[in-house]
Design a protein. Sequence first.
Length: 270
Amino acid sequence: MTGLDPIGAIEIDTSKPHPARMYDWYLGGKDNYPVDEAMGRQMLALDPRVPVMARVNRAFMHRATRWLAGQGIRQFLDIGTGIPTEPNLHQVAQEIAPDARVVYCDNDPIVLAHAAALLRSTPQGVTEYVQADVRDPATIVEAAGKVLDLTRPVALSLVALLHFVADEDGAHELVTRLVAALPAGSHLMMTHATGDFTPQESAAATATLKAAGITLALRSRTEFARFFTGLELIDPGVVVVDEWKPELGEPVPGQNDGVIPGYGAVARKP
């Protein structure tokens, strides 16, 4: 993808907070606005570990990608990409497998503005970006199929995404449709925030974000595990995010300050 418009030429609503920009603020990025920082600070007041949660999710993505590439997976579909923060998925995958093909997908205009940074692939591999919403799996699969060979295994990444999609919007059905479009041997890697450990703070966060127009659908461990129905969970199964194969990555500062309220897992399509 070339010839992208500069950020200023892309219509970005700065009157309301956006999860991707809030995530960027948590990670110490600069691609966010005062409204995002203000909402981020409200979340910090409810649970000061929110930035740690963001970093732990990134670290899970790094470890899972590293493991999948080590297992021979050479194609990745990352939905809910967010604003680029190095190292990104393609950099991790192509460090192990320079010929890896990666398709990023997001619906946020500010991510589109940064797509050029996402597309710096190795000469042997391919990196592309699709502007689409997870609620439109048919469009995503069609676009991804122009870059990825959907007759060969694909790793589908849904990191810190589905807790922004309510059951009423068909969250589980969306995952089912995406996985159904991939061949046997494909994998689903996923993390999800939960209210299991901090029910009062989680209820307050859900209400605060709802007032700002952001859906937060926190799910229990059992509800999260449902996303993997029919798939073969990779050891250690569904665990708190930072407990998934920690030996494959580096510790995240602050992650030992209590249980990180989120789950992660990787599963194989038989």
